[in-house]
Write a protein that binds this ligand. Structure first.
Ligand code: CMP
Length: 142
């Protein structure tokens, strides 16, 4: 089925100047960018996005990293977009990420892991609505 997923280029990857390289990988895989924006997350915005991890020991470090510089937040659309996007990103821990994946190529640690991708269609819907209004998502007509 055609799905949508939320993709974030995190501050470490923005700092490495590989936004376009990462977008190219999505496009080469047939995923379409239907919304995108650069933003510098506030502490409140980052905490709200990662609310499900609030009790985890890494929560403070995660929020401080995600607010350390600008991010690029996008909505990708395509057949099985949630899984396909996660395959392109590779495992959360770059040490476990398959060769040729974005995290294998650009991430240095589980904390600074270059990208985020929704883990299910349910979280994708929540995450897309967290960052984008309906009008900001642009369905492709060609
Ligand atoms: P992300 O997909 O953005 O969702 C939560 C993030 O927490 C995750 O990527 C990692 O960057 C970060 N994180 C740090 N430590 C861990 C951990 N032990 N397990 C899972 N995620 C972690």
């Amino acid at each position: 089925a055609v799905e949508r997923t939320l993709s974030i280029v995190k501050p470490d990857a923005v700092g490495k100047n590989v936004i376009g390289e990462i977008f190219s990988r999505f496009e080469r895989a047939g995923l379409k960018i239907v919304a995108t924006k650069m933003m510098h997350l506030s502490k409140e915005k980052a905490e709200g996005f990662y609310a499900e991890h609030k009790e985890r020991p890494f929560f403070g470090a995660l929020v401080s990293f995600m607010t350390s510089g600008p991010v690029v937040v996008s909505v990708l659309e395509g057949e099985n977009a949630v899984i396909r996007h996660r395959e392109i990103l590779g495992a959360t821990d770059p040490k476990k990420a398959a060769a040729g994946t974005i995290r294998a190529d650009y991430a240095v640690s589980v904390d600074e892991n270059a990208t985020h991708g929704s883990d299910s269609t349910t979280s994708a819907e929540r995450e897309i609505n967290y960052f984008f209004s309906k009008e900001e998502v642009c369905p492709r007509t060609r």
